[in-house]
Design a protein around this ligand. Structure first.
Ligand code: PMP
Length: 402
């Protein structure tokens, strides 16, 4: 494994070879050259998967399947065939809703969802509730913006069929105590889906240690391509899932009277899949494995700490940030975040503004929206200086006396 060097790491990302203050990695990360080349090489060679035996197709199939093992290693899944390819976290969560929970729900059953969730981990449950007569129950955040286990104990009932909770908030970077949460839910007989879209990037993840029933993430936040994601399911949950989409390569036999499905994960992946996406992810994971992530993460959080310290000194600012997090949300008293954002963008600082697909969390924080700076290991102290300069400039311009 390579020792982490901020300069070397940054060099691997062609988007940063020209001036670019990129502080929007929580939305999507930049991509290393090696992953771009792997995707390009696949398109140059061609070949489909699981359908043919010419050498390009054989090679594509081998790499496509080998990537499941890489993902299994990354999250410590027991077996590669517990990894289902999807388009991303959103599709993975919808798949759990429709392929696993839908056929078990009765009217009046409850789906418990934390208030810290991205809409991707709320809307599939609201839609499912509409479909089935079940209801979605809120697990509220404490006034400190945390998910408390005591509060969870009050919300788990004999009707709770699932708990859906994030590994890391995409707004504040808050990390709930996952092992404790899952243990408590399981004591009450409630399975747990963990949304790892943000967490996978910043934390070592061990689905077996947690005993997570479902775990999802998207490749594009982890230095991989867009349009490819993962659903991990515990073996017993996998056995309870029923495919929701039919198509090529999910059966061993079909005629006009019926069909016999292949085993998981293949029965959940109808049609020609995102081959380039999986091959790109394989390369991104190879890159990931070659770096000392503890050191990379320490660098990232050091930068975010410094940025938070500098921003906190500005008048009228409120920060929403869990201690040590790579994500900083902030607002200014009596200024509209969108106005600040427009001026900050003029300084070529890439932030995000708005509700971050987390409207219930915005309500809990008592804000309309926030500005968000999110850090990755390719950022530098220079990026922090640019951010603080741009925010100060925008603040001064908007509060200038006539
Ligand atoms: N959950 C969280 C916490 C996220 O940050 C995101 C992406 N912003 C998602 C889910 C959805 O991921 P995707 O859009 O890649 O499906």
């Amino acid at each position: 494994m390579r020792k982490f060097s901020p300069d070397w790491f940054r060099q691997q990302f062609p988007a940063l070879h020209k001036p670019y203050c990129y502080l929007d990695s929580a939305a999507t990360s930049l991509r290393p050259q090696v992953m771009i080349e792997a995707t390009q090489a696949y398109y140059q060679n061609g070949g489909t998967v699981h359908r043919s035996h010419y050498s390009q197709a054989k090679e594509a199939t081998e790499r496509y399947e080998a990537c499941r093992q890489q993902v299994a290693q990354l999250i410590n899944a027991a077996e590669a065939n517990q990894i289902i390819w999807t388009r991303g976290s959103t599709e993975s969560i919808n798949l759990v809703a429709q392929a696993w929970l839908a056929h078990q729900l009765q009217p009046g059953d409850e789906i418990l969802v934390s208030e810290a969730e991205h809409h991707a981990n709320l809307l599939p449950w609201l839609m499912l509730a509409e479909q089935t007569g079940a209801k979605v129950v809120r697990w509220p955040l404490s006034p400190q913006g945390e998910l408390e286990v005591d509060e969870l104990a009050l919300r788990l009932t004999a009707r709770t069929r699932l708990l859906a909770v994030t590994q890391m908030s995409n707004v504040t970077g808050y990390v709930p105590p996952m092992a404790e949460i899952i243990a408590l839910a399981h004591q009450a007989g409630v399975p747990v889906l963990v949304d790892g879209a943000q967490g996978i990037v910043h934390q070592p993840t061990d689905v077996q240690r947690w005993d997570a029933d479902f775990y999802v993430f998207s490749a594009h936040k982890l230095y991989g391509p867009t349009g490819i994601g993962v659903l991990y399911a515990r073996k017993d949950r996998l056995a309870e899932m029923r495919p929701t989409q039919g198509g090529g390569k999910i059966i061993s036999h079909v005629d006009f009277d019926g069909y016999r499905l292949l085993s998981a994960p293949w029965c959940f992946e109808p049609g020609t899949p995102n081959i380039a996406g999986v091959i790109g992810l394989a390369s991104a994971l190879g890159f990931h494995q070659s770096v000392d992530w503890q050191a990379a993460e320490a660098w990232t959080c050091q930068l975010a700490d410094y940025a938070a310290e500098q921003l906190a000194a500005l008048p009228g600012i409120t920060l929403f940030r869990a201690a040590g997090s790579p994500i900083i949300s902030f607002v200014f008293e009596s200024l509209h975040s969108a106005d600040l954002f427009t001026l900050i963008s003029e300084h070529n600082v890439a932030l995000r503004v708005g509700q971050h697909c987390a409207q219930p969390l915005m309500q809990a924080l008592g804000v309309q929206g926030t500005l968000r700076a999110s850090f990755a290991a390719y950022n530098t102290y220079d990026d922090v200086e640019k951010l603080v300069r741009a925010v100060t400039f925008a603040y001064q311009l908007l509060t200038e006396e006539e």
